[in-house]
Design a binder for this molecule. Structure first.
Ligand SMILES: NC(=O)c1ccc[n+]([C@@H]2O[C@H](COP(=O)([O-])OP(=O)(O)OC[C@H]3O[C@@H](n4cnc5c(N)ncnc54)[C@H](O)[C@@H]3O)[C@@H](O)[C@H]2O)c1
Length: 347
């Protein structure tokens, strides 16, 4: 079988493509390279272009008649950017997904996996969320994810299409074989900041210690990106067992990790503790959330294999080789990009 991976030149999509390939499912990648990297498409069929480009989508399906499913990871994902320019985010993430759906239906696609996010939830007092927790996205970015889920569910209700919305928590790590990882030079989520602090000998700031968590620092559910990718492989084989035409599934570890705990695990991994200090909350920061994962286990037979320490280790390993792997065009990237408020249960 072949699978079309839209956004397959990005961090998660490229890892999904590698996991599919390792599992004997041939990925075909469609990516506009707006944030993705051509290097990550090496060895796969690759179409450079937009998910809204109907002519291109028709050509892909004419070239690959055996595409049996589509994974839709293509999106813009930076929360502060979505606040600053909501029109762009609704156009890129929502309007283009509607066009994409139309093109997929025309090409008789029956199976669609949509990259959704834990950022759509309003966590309860214990900060754990399951798939029935209230949907209350707090940013234009998160609203685009909730909207797309709803749109795809409406389409699936009347078309011969099954949709699985996978709600990712906080991906960390890289492909264990180091074929791809986070493309940004200085990711600004907590782990990225720790890696930067270690590399440059600067202080790591624990921003906010007055949240309702066990030690007062924010809480996240860090899931290894390879485990996320394997969940897609499992999902591709589980469509027929889904309870309805549109199903949402949390992909997290089920374990919340506070910033303080992440710092301790990071220091353990690197041996020499980085300098750190407590600071005020930043505007827009939230306590965070972690997943209840029963549905992923029962419907996909999936549970994460990698622990936090391995996620940190693979992130460090990738950070050490990133520049060399992406050397050709890395100078074109801005030095700092905000991914910390991206997509949060959440960073
Ligand atoms: N990274 C996270 O923390 C996180 C968490 C939850 C959900 N998600 C979701 O997972 C998906 C992948 O995220 P990521 O972290 O890999 O981000 P990414 O930026 O690395 O990947 C997104 C990819 O989509 C491509 N793309 C964007 N718009 C496109 C378009 N119109 N046509 C074709 N290609 C397009 C980009 O070039 C990029 O390669 C996104 O849908 C995101 O919302 C990410």
């Amino acid at each position: 079988m072949k699978v079309l991976v839209a956004g397959g030149a990005g961090y998660i999509g490229s890892t999904v493509a590698s996991a599919c390939s390792d599992a004997g499912i041939t990925p075909v990648i469609l990516d506009s390279l707006v944030t993705g990297r051509r290097e990550f498409t090496a060895g796969h069929a690759f179409y450079s272009g937009d998910i809204a480009d109907g002519t291109l989508i028709d050509r892909i399906f004419a070239d690959h008649r055996d595409i049996g499913a589509v994974v839709h990871c293509a999106a813009l994902i930076v929360v502060p950017d979505s606040v600053a320019d909501p029109v762009r985010y609704y156009r890129e993430n929502v309007a283009k997904s509607v066009a994409f759906a139309q093109h997929l239906l025309r090409n008789d696609v029956r199976r669609l996996i949509f990259s959704s996010s834990a950022a759509i939830y309003r966590p309860g007092p214990d900060l754990a969320v399951d798939e029935d927790s209230p949907i209350d996205p707090q940013s234009p970015y998160a609203r685009t994810k909730a909207m797309c889920e709803a749109i795809f569910a409406d389409v699936a209700a009347v078309a011969p299409l099954r949709v699985l919305s996978l709600r990712y928590f906080n991906p960390i790590g890289a492909d264990p074989k180091m074929r791809s990882g986070l493309q940004l030079p200085r990711p600004t989520h907590a782990l990225g900041k720790m890696i930067q602090a270690q590399a440059e000998g600067i202080e790591f700031l624990v921003t906010g210690t007055d949240y309702p968590t066990r030690d007062g620092s924010g809480i996240r559910d860090y899931v290894h990106v390879w485990d996320l990718a394997l969940a897609h492989v499992a999902a591709l084989g589980a469509f027929d067992a889904m309870p309805g035409p549109a199903t949402a599934i949390n992909l997290g570890t089920g374990t919340g990790t506070t910033v303080m705990e992440l710092l301790a695990a990071f220091n353990e991994a690197v041996g020499t503790p980085i300098r750190s200090r407590v600071a005020q909350r930043r505007p827009g920061d939230i306590a965070g959330a972690y997943a209840r994962t029963g549905r992923a286990k029962s419907l996909l037979g999936w549970q994460p294999q990698y622990d936090l320490a391995e996620g940190i280790r693979h992130s460090l390993q990738w950070a050490a080789i990133r520049d060399e792997r992406l050397s050709e065009t890395s100078l074109m990237l801005p030095k700092v990009q905000n991914r910390d408020l991206q997509d949060s249960a959440g960073p």
